[in-house]
Write a protein that binds this ligand. Structure first.
Ligand SMILES: O=C(O)CCC(=O)C(=O)O
Length: 309
């Protein structure tokens, strides 16, 4: 492709969409998925395909020339992250750069988005009816929630996590299927990179003490989990009901507290394209003070997820 041809196609594209495309191409997203998100968000479908192909060609050309846009630059003096290496610049957030975006079959609002680390509030990810349906489907198959033992990798009950939960296989029913498609459309992470959805129920006093969702590479219990689809890269916590009091999702390092509101979701990323994890995404489910808390949690992986045997 020559520059004279590519320039007019890319130039009118708003800068935030250019950045989003460059970042998602570098992460390995497929052209068809990127074009489809753009089409869902008001771009002409044919033009979106041309734009994606053009930006990809520019990224490839820059990479060949040794000047990849978004390439890792180690910033001298940056604080260390979990691996003990110097901190790399945070990847741009995976969400499309618009306050209101079309995600598969539904308009979703981005309530707020923080950068570095990437944390966002998604409003209206599910309708109240869909939330009620998920709660209904989970009731009757709830079991005590477990955590992964850091040394052995085994799942076990713990006072750190006092909820009960139910797992749903990928696409197990229409609500789960729609939710998975919406999350994939929003994040560009393919559906098969998702672990089974968990619906969780907390009674008064129930909580999830501060923890990370990723598997620290240095811990012996992590190895078996990392073989199942690589590292966890992001989490979506969907609130299936309001909570009368308490039950916020807390991010102590960010001094951020997200209050459960039916249909909305907390979204956060903690593993970049170099596999570096970000301990600042420490989070907790605060104790429920009054009422009950219902959420659905989706963990996304670097690669297709295969459950351990
Ligand atoms: O209960 C919450 O608000 C947070 C849930 C959570 O941390 C998780 O599922 O990983």
């Amino acid at each position: 492709m020559n520059d004279a041809l590519s320039a007019p196609v890319v130039a009118p594209l708003p800068a935030e969409w250019q950045d989003w495309l460059v970042a998602d191409i570098a992460r390995g997203c497929a052209d068809a998925d990127l074009a489809s998100v753009m089409a869902d968000n008001g771009f002409d479908a044919a033009q979106a395909r041309v734009i994606v192909a053009t930006v990809r060609a520019m990224v490839e050309r820059a990479r060949t020339a040794g000047d990849a846009p978004g390439a890792a630059v180690v910033a001298p003096g940056d604080e260390a992250v979990a691996t003990g290496s110097r901190r790399l610049p945070c990847d741009p957030i995976r969400l499309p750069p618009a306050p209101r975006v079309r995600a598969h079959d539904r308009e979703v609002s981005i309530g707020f988005a923080l950068h570095d680390p990437n944390v966002a509030l998604l409003d209206d990810l599910l309708s109240p009816e869909e939330c009620r349906r998920l709660v209904e489907l989970a009731t009757g198959r709830l079991q005590r929630s477990q955590v992964v033992d850091r040394a052995s990798g085994e799942a076990q009950s713990s006072g750190l996590r006092t909820s009960e939960g139910a797992h749903f296989a990928l696409g197990e029913n229409p609500v789960v299927d729609c939710l998975e498609r919406r999350i994939a459309a929003l994040t560009g992470v393919p559906i098969d990179h998702g672990e089974p959805l968990q619906v969780l129920h907390y009674l008064p006093g129930g909580e999830y003490r501060p923890h990370h969702d990723y598997f620290p590479a240095a811990e012996p219990g992590s190895a078996a989990h990392l073989r199942c689809g690589g590292q966890r890269i992001a989490t979506v916590v969907v609130y299936l009901a309001d909570v009368e009091e308490g039950g916020e999702t807390l991010f102590p390092s960010l001094r951020l507290s997200i209050r459960p509101r039916v249909g909305s979701a907390a979204y956060f990323e903690y593993c970049d394209r170099h596999g570096e994890v970000d301990p600042r995404c420490l989070h907790a489910g605060a104790p429920v003070r009054r009422g009950e808390k219902w959420i659905a949690t989706k963990w996304l992986r670097q690669s297709p997820y295969r459950p351990p045997n």
